[in-house]
Write a protein that binds this ligand. Structure first.
Ligand code: CTP
Ligand code: CA
Length: 226
């Protein structure tokens, strides 16, 4: 029972975890999104709770049922996620951004359902950039706050993750190869490389998302003790 936990390495700490994939509306019936299920973020929130933390889970359109004993904040769009993360980060000790945030959103959201027309065989959508939530957080981050990001990559995993840990000013990044079926997006298992700001790397085996999550929480707990 995760709701009973009050002791453990993260007792007295507030952990904010984001999960799921944002939806960017196009009209009242359509949206752009990605394959994120929310499983990885939910596993991290559960592991943090089991380690004794007070946990807030900000969930973007999760495809699974949220764990119990955790404060749940539901959002849809990247803009809503940004607002929720900013509000929760103020008094947080740890932020883990596992959510898959849409990088772009439709420039305009049509008030009425967009109709196809007989003469238009193709259609173009104009998209505009969403804010980078981790970059915005890096401008308000205090020295005693730990911020963890994910890097979802199909290629050049470590090189791309190294760029992201720097550009987003992270303490740790979880590099996730999403090119292989059975791990990563929407799967029950995962295989990741934990990459530290000092260049240190720890690669896991293919294992359940809950095992990956408890390793991440162990690493964060050890960091806090230093
Ligand atoms: N992220 C974010 N805000 C965004 C996009 C991503 O905070 N607008 C976060 C994700 O939650 C993740 C990390 O940044 O923790 C890396 O996300 P990823 O999509 O891998 O990287 P991007 O910076 O968006 O770069 P790209 O998709 O071009 O590789
Ligand atoms: Ca992205």
């Amino acid at each position: 029972d995760v709701s009973a936990a009050a002791t453990g390495p993260l007792a007295g700490k507030k952990v904010v975890v984001t999960a799921g994939g944002t939806r960017e509306p196009l009209d009242p019936v359509r949206y752009l999104t990605n394959h994120s299920s929310g499983k990885m973020g939910f596993a991290i929130a559960t592991a943090a709770r089991q380690a004794g933390a007070e946990v807030t889970l900000i969930a973007a359109n999760p495809q699974i049922t949220p764990p119990e004993g955790i404060q749940l904040v539901k959002v849809e769009t990247a803009a809503e996620l940004l607002a929720a993360v900013k509000a929760q980060f103020k008094n947080a000790d740890i932020l883990v951004m596992a959510a898959a945030v849409a990088d772009y959103r439709p420039a305009e959201v049509a008030k009425k359902k967009i109709k196809k027309t007989a003469d238009n065989q193709t259609m173009s959508l104009e998209l505009v950039r969403n804010p980078d939530i981790l970059k915005e957080i890096s401008t308000i981050k205090q020295a005693n706050q730990i911020v963890v990001g994910f890097a979802a990559e199909t290629n050049d995993l470590i090189a791309n993750a190294e760029k992201k840990i720097k550009s987003k000013n992270l303490d740790l990044i979880v590099a996730n190869d999403v090119s292989q079926a059975g791990i990563g997006f929407n799967a029950d298992d995962n295989q990741v490389t934990f990459l530290f700001a000092d260049g240190r790397q720890i690669k896991t085996t293919i294992e359940s998302k809950s095992k990956v999550a408890s390793q991440l929480i162990d690493i964060i707990s050890n960091k806090l003790q230093k």
